[in-house]
Design a protein around this ligand. Structure first.
Ligand code: CU
Length: 101
């Protein structure tokens, strides 16, 4: 009985470690705040707090938002591990990345 409980505890611990964690990246003062690391299956939501429109556009074209006005948001689900660089296509000096691992 005790062994069984221990095994269940191990399974539960493993499950929580693998659970996807959804994350929000705010866009503020012409910056993506901040680079984040998420687990596969996580959804990242960007929210623009600036009065100027911004976009979220991946370097390889995997995802691309429309222009986000103030308080608009855009979400993308990351299924595969990797490093995903992206920019704002309106202000290409705005750069950040999402790490999925
Ligand atoms: Cu921008």
């Amino acid at each position: 009985m005790r062994t069984t409980l221990f095994a269940i505890a191990l399974v539960l611990a493993g499950m929580s470690a693998a659970t996807a964690a959804d994350t929000t990246v705010t866009i503020k003062n012409f910056n993506f705040v901040m680079d984040v690391s998420v687990t596969p299956g996580s959804t990242v939501t960007w929210k623009n707090l600036d009065g100027e429109p911004h976009t979220v556009a991946s370097a390889d074209g995997l995802f691309r938002s429309p222009a986000l006005d103030q308080n608009d948001s855009f979400s993308f689900k990351f299924d595969k591990p990797g490093i995903y660089k992206y920019i704002c296509s309106i202000h290409p000096q705005m750069r950040a990345m999402i790490t999925v691992k």
